[in-house]
Design a protein around this ligand. Structure first.
Ligand code: CP
Ligand code: NVA
Length: 360
């Protein structure tokens, strides 16, 4: 069978599985007007592939799990007997730990496969590795250099594939950011988010998330470090559909003006270490400081996906009471748990769906 034909059959199986779950849930009536969102069998590679209702469903489930497990001390083990293979071609603290501990909490098992532990890309092709992994595991999470490797893995895998970061996107991070903002402000649509820094994988996922949920976004990058043009065009299309503000600039002060949320990330992403000196020079004026934030909204908060270097944000802001980066880091766990749970089961949150729009 040709690769194309096989890929079609695999995808078809995923689609059929998903469609039947929608039918099963259609009889239930305990959902909000956004309706039941079955994600069984889907890949989680970019927020671009998800509807606003599906993204809200993941955030709702994440909050529900956090409440049930952390606050109410419930034992929630819907994934007993399930396993996830975690492929890491790059370092990780949060993505690895949140997935590993999250899968354990839900009753399943996570296997860590670092760059020296697996043949993928060295001794074995993506295609062959994907086929073997899916014979043994129910899910695959992969952190890779190139988004194409993730797309290839997803095409060859009959198990859902979750992005753990690529050069283009980091969707798990943005789910955690949105859960954190929703917990803090009580809504998402109605906020203005300002990005100050590199036009990188985090920015791209932030754009897709804001575009889908209609959250105003202003992005400041130095000249030459703007976002990927295709992702920017996708964002422009989403913004025009969603009646929201999207703005790009090379002036950080313009981006942060009246913003509720200031976000930044490292100026030197993994794999860009050789460009360090040039980037440090080119990002002059981009360090987030109190002086930069003079004209932000008075209820502002600061987010950073971590790991953080002092050059992109000084200690004064990073350790300020407006910085909610530790809550953001913790929320990586509840959000990846929601993703794993929804790709494998139809989960019904016990709590009411949270508010997503100011004044809703
Ligand atoms: N934010 C994030 O993805 O962190 P890690 O690189 O530690 O996984
Ligand atoms: N932009 C950073 C994010 C790390 C979580 C990187 O790709 O290294």
């Amino acid at each position: 069978m040709s690769t194309l034909c096989r890929a079609f059959l695999v995808n078809k199986a995923k689609i059929l599985q998903s469609a039947s779950s929608v039918l099963v849930r259609a009889g239930q009536n305990n959902y909000s007007e956004s309706g039941p969102q079955s994600l069984i069998g889907r890949d989680f590679l970019t927020l671009k592939d998800f509807t606003p209702a599906e993204i809200k469903q993941l955030l709702w489930t994440a909050k529900d799990l956090k409440t049930r497990i952390k606050l109410q001390k419930e034992i929630v083990r819907p994934l007993i007997g399930k396993s996830i293979a975690m492929i890491f071609q790059k370092r990780s603290t949060r993505t690895r730990l949140s997935t590993e501990t999250g899968m354990t909490l839900l009753g399943g098992h996570a296997a860590f496969l670092g760059p020296d532990d697996i043949h993928l890309g060295v001794n074995e092709s993506v295609k062959d590795s994907a086929r073997v992994l899916t014979r043994m595991c129910d899910l695959i999470l992969a952190r890779v250099y190139s988004q194409k490797d993730l797309d290839d893995l997803a095409e060859e895998s009959s198990a859902p594939v979750i992005s753990g970061l690529s050069d283009l996107y980091h969707p798990l991070q943005i789910l955690a950011d949105f859960l954190t903002l929703q917990e803090h402000f009580g809504y998402l649509r109605g906020l203005k988010i300002a990005w100050v820094g590199d036009g990188n994988n985090i920015t791209h996922s932030l754009m897709m998330g804001c575009g889908k949920l209609g959250i105003d976004l202003s992005v400041a990058t130095p000249r030459g470090y703007e976002c990927d043009p295709k992702v920017t065009q996708d964002m422009i299309n989403l913004a025009s559909k969603n009646d929201m503000q999207f703005h790009t600039t090379n002036d950080p002060l313009e981006a942060v003006y009246r913003a509720n949320v200031i976000v930044t990330d490292t100026w030197i992403s993994m794999g860009q270490e050789e460009e360090k000196q040039k980037r440090l020079n080119d990002f002059a004026g981009y360090q987030v400081t109190r002086k930069m934030l003079k004209e932000v909204h008075n209820d502002w908060v600061f987010l950073h996906c971590l790991p953080r270097k002092p050059e992109e944000v000084d200690d004064d802001i990073f350790y300020d009471k407006h910085s909610i980066v530790w809550q953001e880091a913790e929320n990586r766990k509840w959000t990846v748990m929601a993703v794993m749970l929804h790709l494998l089961t139809d989960y019904t949150p016990a709590s009411y769906i949270p508010k997503f729009t100011r004044g809703e």
